[in-house]
Write a protein that binds this ligand. Sequence first.
Ligand code: SME
Length: 146
Amino acid sequence: MNKREQYEDLLPQVQAVMDENVDIIANMANLTAMLHETFGFWWTGFYRVIGDELVLGPFQGPLACTRIPFGRGVCGSAWKERKTLVVPDVEQFPGHIACSSASRSEIVVPVFQNDEVVAVLDIDSDRLGTFDDVDAQYLEQLVGRL
Ligand code: SME
């Protein structure tokens, strides 16, 4: 299966699992698990907007930084710019925050509620150039189901 087919397979599964009657953290945890297991990423998880910083939420993979200020790193930049950021080589991204030295490429997708960014989905790969517009398009759809 190619990447697009894997995402197409995942969409109805995620739809079935997302529960609108529970706290968003429970749904973030399950979405994280499904993405991480399907694609075998290095690190998959959420940071939630709490006050003026991002705070680590549900994730799978090695331990990570707990707090990221607005506008800092890829995550803080995606929050500030209110858009998905695809980073093919993290060493080329000024201000990238290296929670793990194994991370080589990254995608960060903002989660909106009532037009406000309430969280970001952050995915790291241990290979260069893992993410592209296909990932951006499907991950935006998936976080829209939270
Ligand atoms: N690399 C991110 C920090 C979070 S970790 O990758 C899990 C950034 O630059 O914002």
